[in-house]
Each structure stands twice: as structure tokens, then as C-alpha cells.
Design a protein around this ligand. Structure first.
Ligand SMILES: Cc1ncc(COP(=O)(O)O)c(C=O)c1O
Length: 378
């Protein structure tokens, strides 16, 4: 039966598959959300394992918030070393991605460029808006500069993800600079730094003074442990911020979000981030080393982020590991459908306890394969 939505919606939306986010794949909306949430180990969305405690002041909740709450922008300016006019607070970095496409791409005319394997929301947002998508795959997890060069003049926005999701590594500073130089004023170059806090290298945000076409995306969802808050930042020169501000909703940041985010960006919050990042880096190293030692693991990707991507020896092994973990309520992310990532799985760095449970569950699963069947099973 054709529904009213089918009849009246934009035709291309009818068969479109929305972004298969970790939360959509394993939904909590089944009436037992709370207990289900607590009983599972969530290592599939690159979230932090523990949350902070925030008190809220609801005095002014009867009023609309400022378009860009000043205390929040001041706090991020302090943190990033940029001036206020170079910062736009958004509902997560995801809203930044969408705004950039809506601002710079004319629907059914202009295109974006992505470098797969990469974060899925660039393509989803482009598709939603009716922008074309040109793909220039990574080579050995780095940019293919020769092929990028052939696309100059054909795209309006280039999305670079550094550290990359799901690959985990940084793009070299030289290759990002070469991309900025080759596209010149023909395209906006977006460097998505959602995971930059977990890397030892500097952000590209300090390059804004030299590159008018550069836009940097940041988020409080990862190192700040605030994925549920939905707060991100788009960093760019003021002319780009002004343009994006014409497209964004009038009150994108709710008052409680601004209040919590400002607290997370104050001194005590930043100390917590620093501790969390140090712990994550140690656990990441331990997990990578352990994975390297496993006979079912073919390759461990080097990571500058809060997750580790690894390749299993074959499809059966990949499914065995994924399913054994899922049966025990441990959720990781299957990345094997992405370009170049056959048989690859991604594990978010959770707590020490969560990661030891993960390791033990895999060890147990392999041991049970070798155990003789019990009398009943026979
Ligand atoms: C590379 C990358 N960019 C952006 C985002 C979206 O971040 P946010 O939660 O701020 O919307 C994610 C989320 O996983 C990501 O991996």
C-alpha cells in the first residue's frame, strides 16, 4: 500500500537507508531500556566508558537560549586557542557536517568528496541534501594525492577524517597541506578531528590563519565523555562561520547543553579529559598488543583514536568473534562492509574491566570450540 509519505516525499528518500548508527543497530527502545543498557558492554560507538556528574540550574529555562551561548563559546575559545568569531557550536559534529553541505552544495548540482573507508555521515548528509558524492579511496590509510588532484574544480567540499574513523590513524600534516594547496579556493576542506584529543600530534585548527578554505570539526562526544549531550564545534574563519550561521537552526544549543558543556570545558573538566585520554591511550596500547598476539588476527591498524580496528584471518573468524561477543552482551562494530576493510572489526576503548571481559570472552569462545562435546550435547 502506498502511504501518504511515499506519495508526497522526495522520491529519492523512499529507498534511502538512514545511517546505521551503533545505537540504531542495537536499539535501547524495547521497553527494558534501562536494564538492557546497563547489562550490555557498549564498545561499538567510540563513546567513553564512564560519565561525569553535572548539576543543572533551571532558573531561565522559560527563556529561549542565546543563538550561540556566550559562556560556551568563551569556554571553547579558551580551550582551542581561537577567537570567538571562529567558533560555531552545533548539535554534535554531525550537525556541522550537514550545515557545511547545505551551505556550500547546491542540491542536484554540486558534489562532496570523501576518502573511504571513512565516517558514514558525510555520504548520508550529502545524499539527504541531494549533493553528489565523489570517492577517492585512501591508499594505505593515507590520502591519494594524485587522484585528489584530478578532482579539483569538480567538488565543493572535501571531507578528510583525521584521526580517521574507522581506520584510527592521523593523516600526515603534509598531505593535508597539499590538499589545501591543490584545491585552493575551489573547495572547502573539512578536517574532521572528532578524535584529535587521543592523538599526540597537533590539531590543524592553528592553520586557520593561513587557509581561508579550512574548516575543522570537533566534538564533546569522545574525549569529553558527552556523546549524549549532542554538542560539537565547527571551527573556521569568520566569513565561513557567518555563512553557516545563516543555515543553522535559530536555537541549536539548548540551555542545559550549554551549561553542561561549559562545565566540561572549565579547568576541572579539562583535567578529567586529560586523565581519561591518558588512560585510554594505555588501554589502547594494551589491546593492540594483545590483538597482535592472537592467531586469528591478521592485522592491527595503528590508532590515534579511542578505538582499535583489526582484521581477522577470514570471514568465518570475523563472524565467530563478533557473534561470540554479542551473545555475551559485548557489542563491537563490524566494519567489514567498508571499502578495503574485509573481515575487519572495530573495538572502542572502554574501561579496563570491559576490555578484560572482552578478551576473556574471546578466549573462552575459542576454548569451547576445542572442548569435547558433553554427553547431552552428543
Ligand atoms: C569521525 C567522526 N566525526 C563526527 C562524529 C559525530 O560526532 P558527534 O557525536 O559530535 O555528532 C563521529 C561520531 O562517531 C565521528 O566518528
Amino acid at each position: 500500500m502506498t502511504t501518504i509519505a511515499d506519495k508526497l516525499a522526495r522520491e529519492e528518500l523512499i529507498d534511502m537507508v538512514p545511517y546505521q548508527s551503533a545505537r540504531r543497530l542495537f536499539s535501547m527502545a524495547d521497553g527494558e531500556a534501562d536494564s538492557k543498557f546497563k547489562s550490555k558492554i557498549w564498545l561499538n560507538a567510540n563513546e567513553a566508558s564512564g560519565s561525569g556528574i553535572y548539576q543543572l540550574n533551571s532558573d531561565c529555562i522559560n527563556r529561549y537560549p542565546d543563538f550561540q551561548p556566550e559562556h560556551l563559546i568563551n569556554a571553547y575559545a579558551n580551550y582551542s586557542g581561537l577567537s570567538n568569531e571562529k567558533i560555531l557550536a552545533t548539535r554534535g559534529a554531525d550537525e556541522g557536517i550537514e550545515l557545511i553541505i547545505r551551505t556550500f552544495c547546491k542540491a542536484y548540482q554540486d558534489s562532496i568528496l570523501i576518502c573511504p573507508p571513512t565516517y558514514g555521515m558525510y555520504a548520508i548528509s550529502a545524499e539527504n541534501h541531494g549533493a553528489g558524492i565523489i570517492k577517492v579511496p585512501l591508499i594505505n590509510n593515507q590520502l591519494d594525492l594524485n587522484t585528489l588532484k584530478t578532482q579539483v574544480g569538480k567538488v565543493k567540499v572535501v571531507f578528510l577524517c583525521s584521526p580517521g574513523n574507522p581506520t584510527g590513524n592521523l593523516l600526515t600534516a603534509e598531505s593535508i597541506k597539499s590538499t589545501l594547496a591543490m584545491f585552493g579556493d575551489n573547495a572547502i576542506i573539512v578536517v574532521d578531528e572528532a578524535y584529535i584529543e587521543f592523538s599526540t600530534k597537533n590539531s590543524t585548527a592553528s592553520w586557520l590563519k593561513d587557509y581561508p578554505q579550512l574548516v575543522v570539526l570537533r566534538t564533546l562526544s569522545k574525549a569529553f565523555a558527552l556523546a549524549g549531550l549532542r554538542c560539537g564545534f565547527t571551527l573556521a574563519n569568520s566569513d565561513i562561520i557567518t555563512m553557516l550561521s545563516k543555515v543553522i537552526a535559530p536555537y541549536p544549543i539548548s540551555a542545559p547543553v550549554a551549561e553542561i558543556a561549559s562545565k566540561a570545558l572549565a579547568t576541572a573538566g579539562l583535567e578529567q579529559v586529560s586523565i581519561r585520554v591518558q588512560e585510554t591511550i594505555i588501554l589502547r596500547q594494551q589491546l593492540s598488543t594483545w590483538l597482535t598476539e592472537q592467531k586469528w588476527c591478521k592485522k592491527v591498524f595503528s590508532s590515534d583514536a579511542n578505538f582499535v580496528l583489526f582484521q581477522t584471518t577470514n570471514l568465518t573468524t570475523k563472524n565467530f568473534i563478533f557473534n561470540s561477543l554479542e551473545q555475551q552482551g559485548i557489542l563491537i562494530r563490524d566494519q567489514s562492509k567498508q571499502l578495503q576493510l574485509a573481515n575487519c572489526l572495530r573495538i572502542s576503548i572502554g574501561s579496563e574491566r570491559e576490555l578484560s571481559l572482552l578478551k576473556q570472552t574471546i578466549i573462552n569462545a575459542y576454548q569451547s570450540l576445542n572442548e569435547p562435546l558433553s554427553v547431552e550435547e552428543k
